[in-house]
Design a protein around this ligand. Structure first.
Ligand SMILES: Nc1ncnc2c1ncn2[C@@H]1O[C@H](COP(=O)(O)OP(=O)(O)OP(=O)(O)O)[C@@H](O)[C@H]1O
Length: 210
């Protein structure tokens, strides 16, 4: 496997964290996981998005920057591969959906300054699942503040991610995760590891699960 920094992305409830854990175990890598539970604005945001979107987005950006900067600076001689379950640009994509235009422009100025200081992943695995499946996953894991997320919000996030992936040139493995069961079906994990072990040109590469 020729990649040293792999990022797993996807909509809310797509299964990023599960796949990241399994890949990290498979390749014995360092693992960077999103620490969303520490964001005190998240439950408030779901109650009242208009009032809490800006502090929520700022908090996420500050925490993610700190986490990525610290971890990527450490040189670990025995675990050279790193897997993360989020892309720093996720901050900007969510902010685009959640902030009014003037606040988003301010946020983007900060983001651009901060982003330059971070290492970018050399491959992105994007898990794409239909909104119905995402809602079922969100229901199953049962975090109380996520139980009333409107379909429209998930559609907007999905569209923002897919537009971003089309525009940028990080090599992306785009996985149809409609029926994904990485924990229960070892073949699904194998499809991802085989995909990661191939060499790619820049751009998007599509993978379906058996
Ligand atoms: N920048 C952001 N703005 C608003 N909400 C965010 C942002 N980043 C994360 N969240 C919220 O934090 C929670 C966790 O998000 P995330 O998508 O990272 O994890 P997840 O849904 O548990 O992932 P998965 O199920 O794919 O492992 C979700 O409620 C998500 O909407």
């Amino acid at each position: 496997m020729n990649h040293s920094f792999i990022t797993i992305e996807g909509n809310i409830g797509a299964g990023k964290t599960t796949l990241s854990h399994l890949l990290s175990k498979h390749y014995n890598t360092r693992l960077i996981l999103e620490e969303f539970a520490d964001n005190p604005f998240l439950p408030k945001f779901y109650e009242n998005p208009g009032q809490y979107a800006f502090p929520l987005e700022l908090f996420f950006m500050a925490e993610r920057f700190k986490q990525l900067k610290e971890l990527l600076q450490q040189k670990d001689m025995f675990q050279q591969i790193t897997i993360s379950d989020y892309l720093f640009t996720k901050c900007l994509l969510f902010a685009k959906v959640n902030l009014p235009d003037d606040e988003f422009r301010l946020y983007q100025r900060l983001f651009d300054i901060i982003h330059q200081q971070l290492i970018k992943p050399d491959i992105l695995v994007y898990l794409h699942a239909p909104v119905k499946k995402l809602q079922a996953n969100i229901k199953k894991r049962n975090r109380s503040y996520e139980q009333n997320i409107p379909d429209e919000y998930l559609f907007n996030i999905q569209e923002t991610y897919t537009n971003y992936i089309k525009q940028q040139n990080i090599t992306t493995i785009f996985v149809d995760a409609s029926n994904a069961d990485f924990l229960g079906n070892p073949q699904h994990l194998q499809v991802i590891t085989e995909a990661l072990e191939r060499d790619y040109e820049d751009g998007q590469h599509y993978v379906t699960l058996p």
